[in-house]
Design a protein around this ligand. Structure first.
Ligand SMILES: [Zn+2]
Length: 304
């Protein structure tokens, strides 16, 4: 069964552990299509995309989840955004000499921090969590994030190839969180034992298997002796949220003088979206329209 570009939830029937497995195929290729990423940066971005989808799946929100990695190293900025509908976009910036593919996150980012921001569409709620980029792997940083923000033991496995970005998340839920009486009665000690067994099984997963196997095959390979409930997979896809309105806001925030300078120099103004590479064009009439109302200044944004 083909299960590319999907995210699937699963539950262990006999103890309170849940999981998600995500595979991005065409969505991943579309996300990197217009970028010439060096392998180390591409792989880090792929892992970040998979991790963002897994994080989005575990959270209750209706809006936008933004993951941002910033550090002093060669890969100094990485941004991934996902909606609650599982649309994703992302971009990474790098400079100087990069380490080989497979290098540690620390070598790529040079430390720094991981910021997770959740914004509900109605702006009713905004949440931000920050953890240091201290671990060897991006998954380590996410585990630190979950430990801090959700206080639920969570483990992640991430993998990326030029063709695919993939991730597996396991999360131990509080005992009694599920409706099953069997689970409620489960003792803490037995809960520890179950959680550790699940982690031991999952630890045998290789990056090649994670990126290469279909979700169901992967879960069967790891947990075929466990009683697992699989839910129907849902789609994940690439979609950019750039719009003329947003680009116009960025140009207004630059100010009339600067935009008119660009217009005078080049004959038109072009703003290219970093995420999807779409070019937004403004001719002299468009520019005049931008500032016709006195050029109400909106907040500048580093990335549209
Ligand atoms: Zn775009």
């Amino acid at each position: 069964m083909h299960d590319g570009d999907t995210l699937r939830r699963f539950l262990f029937e006999r103890f309170p552990v849940r999981g998600y497995v995500v595979h991005l195929d065409s969505a991943w290729r579309a996300l990197v299509e217009h970028h010439d990423y060096p392998p180390a940066v591409r792989d880090a971005l792929g892992e970040a995309v998979a991790a963002t989808m897994l994080l989005a799946a575990t959270l209750k929100f209706e809006g936008l989840l933004t993951l941002q990695l910033q550090g002093p190293g060669p890969m100094h900025l990485l941004v991934v955004q996902a909606t609650h509908r599982m649309a994703v976009r992302g971009v990474a910036r790098w400079r100087g000499t990069l380490p080989e593919a497979g290098a540690s996150l620390a070598a790529l980012s040079g430390g720094g921090q991981l910021t997770v921001t959740v914004e509900n569409a109605d702006r009713s709620n905004r949440y931000q969590g920050i953890v240091p980029l201290a671990g060897e792997r991006l998954a380590d940083c996410f585990e630190a994030y979950f430990a801090r923000s959700e206080q639920l033991p969570t483990r992640l496995w991430l993998a990326a190839t030029p063709e695919r970005a993939a991730g597996l998340l396991l999360q131990r839920l509080p005992s009694g969180a599920s409706a099953s009486a069997e689970e409620v009665e489960h003792s803490a000690a037995a809960g520890d034992e179950d959680w550790n067994r699940v982690l031991t099984l999952a630890a045998t997963l290789t990056g090649a298997e994670l990126a290469g196997l279909a979700g169901t095959d992967l879960l069967h390979r790891l947990f075929h002796e466990e009683d697992l409930r699989l839910f129907e997979p849902g789609p994940v896809y690439f979609q950019c949220t750039c719009s003329r309105e947003r680009v116009s806001g960025i140009l207004r925030s630059l100010g009339a003088a600067e935009v008119h300078d660009i217009l005078a120099e080049r004959g038109s103004v072009e703003v290219r979206c970093e995420f999807c590479n779409r070019a937004w064009q403004y001719d002299a009439v468009d520019v005049a329209g931008l500032f016709a109302d006195g050029g109400a200044v909106r907040g500048p944004r580093a990335l549209q």
